[in-house]
Design a protein around this ligand. Structure first.
Ligand code: G3H
Ligand code: 13P
Ligand code: ZN
Length: 323
């Protein structure tokens, strides 16, 4: 078993009408939870590392933990840089043993995004590493960058062929209405259903369809795809947390995207919610607890449960390792 690129995973996912989960990692418990869930579901999986995660846990630890997870789980893993902001961070991850990097040039002009992405692709491909690019701008928070809904913009399908052709990227992240973080929509952007539950605006499947038509067989990526499970939000709020109006992407819409051209779905916020709910519950149930293994162990189980659910019911990738 080894660290692998996403090339074969995506080709199989495209053909099979499912998506691979790309889950953000920040510590040992999260890595164990994701890889144990994937191994039990017999599903391929991508571990992804943001600049913030690299700063928090440090590159050497995350790489060593990912390698330990391969040995322990017995499955291949892809290790991916999430939202690489410039050439230097991509180079550092390529030189440092990652199998995949994202260069996020979405804040630049179309031409500058192409030039930057092309430069990363040339370096990455020369080192056997694959590259994800991005066109369009998601709303929400990544690291210290907060993109307001007004500054976000959908991907323009008429740009995708030129971008892919000129850059040589292996996959493309697009903006169709998802958003980073646990507050993807404000209540006034939503409608209420008959039970009074807030329903967010639907994803722009027309854009996804058009992109898929223009790039047949090419893997598309969805960022900001947490569904922000309301059970966790309610539990966190009931146990002293403060997450008013946290709202995510309905899982049926992600399931639909996974059956289309979307081959990679990024999930971070739902892991954070699972951990936080587990830890709050543990402290609430046993105020005398002070052994970190007590609350981190519960948090790890909660993340594992969430990842298994995503793989089985949202991504549709259960059993794919055996097909
Ligand atoms: O897209 C952003 C991911 O959720 C990573 O978040 O930058 O806080 O680690 P982070
Ligand atoms: P969420 O905040 O919806 O989990 O998105 C994570 C993400 O896109 C990481 O790149
Ligand atoms: Zn993202």
């Amino acid at each position: 078993m080894a660290l692998v690129t996403t090339k074969e995973m995506f080709a199989k996912a495209y053909r099979g009408g499912y998506a691979i989960g790309a889950f953000n990692i920040n510590n040992m418990e999260i890595i164990q939870a994701i890889t144990e869930a994937a191994a039990e579901e017999r599903s391929p999986v991508i571990l992804q590392v943001s600049a913030g995660a690299r700063k928090y846990a440090r590159h050497a630890y995350l790489l060593a933990l990912a390698k330990a997870a391969i040995e322990d789980s017995g499955i291949d893993l892809a290790l991916h840089l999430d939202h690489g902001a410039d050439f230097d961070i991509c180079k550092s991850c390529i030189d440092g043993g990652f199998s995949s990097v994202m260069i996020d040039g979405s804040k630049h002009s179309f031409e500058d995004n192409i030039a930057l992405t092309r430069k990363v692709v040339e370096y990455a491909h020369a080192h056997g590493v694959v590259v994800e690019g991005e066109l369009g701008k998601l709303a929400g928070i990544e690291d210290d960058v907060n993109v307001s809904a007004a500054d976000s913009s959908y991907t323009r399908p008429e740009e995708v062929e030129e971008f892919v052709e000129k850059t040589g990227v292996d996959s493309l992240a697009i903006a169709i209405g998802t958003s980073h973080g646990a507050y993807k929509f404000t209540p006034d952007q939503c409608t209420r259903n008959a039970d009074g539950i807030l329903v967010p605006p639907p994803l722009r499947f027309d854009i996804l369809e058009e992109v898929g038509r223009r790039l047949p067989g090419f893997p598309i990526v969805l960022h900001g795809a947490s569904s922000v499970p309301q059970d966790y939000v309610r539990e966190i709020n009931a146990l002293g947390g403060k997450m008013p109006d946290a709202i995510g992407i309905p899982e049926e819409q992600l399931r639909k995207a996974a059956q289309m051209a979307v081959c990679k779905i990024n999930i971070d916020s739902d892991i954070r919610l699972a951990m936080t709910a587990g830890i709050r519950r543990t402290f609430h149930d046993d105020p005398s607890l002070f052994d970190p293994r007590g609350y981190l162990g519960v948090a790890r189980e909660e993340v594992k449960k969430t990842v298994r659910h995503k793989i089985a019911d949202v991504l549709g990738s259960s059993g794919a390792l055996d097909r």
